[in-house]
Design a protein around this ligand. Structure first.
Ligand code: SF4
Ligand SMILES: [Zn+2]
Length: 329
């Protein structure tokens, strides 16, 4: 075994409540430090930098086991109905998370609903069956949801604005495999990646939500934030990118025929989804409340809050023009 180090803690872990399949549940969220995302190149992502570097497979497994021990020592797992596991990559990539460590994690979470982040290429019947067998004690009809950052249903936007490296068809195939292994699907959407106008970003989310209906059991809307050491930050520093207005996020939530969860990280700050600075506080809180309560009247009330910046937002929606590459050199 390897001695426990300070770095052998999860990157983050916190207790909270979440709306899962229409029910509010106590949920433990864990962000594990892993071998890192094999894709490692999305334009807006800085999570990919947070990884163990140059470890052997055995050392990586030991690091992950140490993180699991830390979780057991710092939380009472019986307190939680559900656990959300993020890896800043893919839990089901055996090079990123050694299978033995993944099995140990599954055994720890037996009897809970597990939502586990992964790219679609690692969704295989074998990986999922093994995981479901270890967590399922008959308490929940669907014990596992694979969480896939499909970001948008538009292949061009996913490729050009995000560089995500998989297609809508890849995503749909993964959802079919997940279902055949008895798992559900949670889809993550990214509101306003690079190069889209505010209007294009709203329209992209509305059409993506429509395309996801019948494919995903749950949808989470992630308003884009400007993370450090990313290509997105490079453009933002030059004034070539603005995170979405909170008005846009509220519009997407209210136009969606299904409930979306949404945690506007960095809400009200210049690197996160924001309005003018005056109205941001109650809107960010309201979006978080809606995420849990699914109260549609709250959304209407939030959209009706008067603020001078609404006119600015309206102007942006009308007048902003699409990003255009030069046609010649
Ligand atoms: S967004 Fe996900 S797939 Fe893309 S680089 Fe980051 S961790 Fe990898
Ligand atoms: Zn305002």
């Amino acid at each position: 075994m390897f001695p426990e180090r300070e770095s052998d803690r999860p990157l983050a872990a916190w207790a909270g409540r979440d709306r899962i399949e229409g029910q509010v549940m106590s949920a433990l969220t864990i962000i594990l430090k892993t071998g890192g995302c094999a894709h490692d190149r999305c334009r807006m992502c800085s999570y990919r930098h947070e990884r163990y570097n140059r470890l052997t497979h055995g050392e990586l497994e030991a690091g992950l086991r140490a993180q699991l021990a830390w979780i057991e020592n710092n939380f009472t797992l019986e307190d939680f109905d559900a656990v959300k596991i993020y890896t800043s990559g893919s839990l089901f990539d055996p090079l990123e998370v050694p299978v033995q460590a993944r099995d140990a994690l599954a055994k720890m979470m037996r009897g809970k609903i597990v939502i586990a982040e992964t790219r679609p290429e690692y969704v295989t019947v074998d990986h999922l069956n093994q995981f479901v067998t270890l967590i399922d004690n008959g308490t929940h009809e669907t014990p596992l949801f694979v969480a896939i950052g499909v970001e948008t249903s538009n292949d061009t936007i996913r490729e050009k604005c995000i560089d995500k490296g998989f297609s809508w068809d890849d995503f749909v195939k993964a959802t079919e495999i997940a279902r055949s292994a008895g798992a559900g699907v949670k889809a993550y959407l990214l509101a306003k990646p690079l190069f889209l106008t505010e209007r294009e970003a709203i329209d992209d989310m509305i059409s993506s939500i429509r395309d996801l209906s019948g494919t995903a059991d749950m949808i989470s809307l992630n308003p884009c934030t400007v993370q450090r050491n990313t290509e997105l930050e490079y453009y933002w520093k030059q004034g070539a990118y603005r995170p979405p207005y909170l008005w846009s996020i509220l519009t997407i939530l209210s136009e969606s025929p299904v409930h979306l969860t949404c945690d506007p990280l960095g809400g009200g700050q210049e690197r996160g989804p924001h309005n003018c600075g005056v109205c941001d506080g109650p809107l960010v809180k309201g979006i978080r409340d809606y995420s849990l309560s699914a109260d549609r009247e709250l959304l209407s009330a939030l959209l009706a809050i008067p603020c001078a910046c609404k006119e600015e937002w309206d102007f942006v929606l009308r007048e902003e023009r699409s990003y255009c590459m030069p046609l010649t050199r």
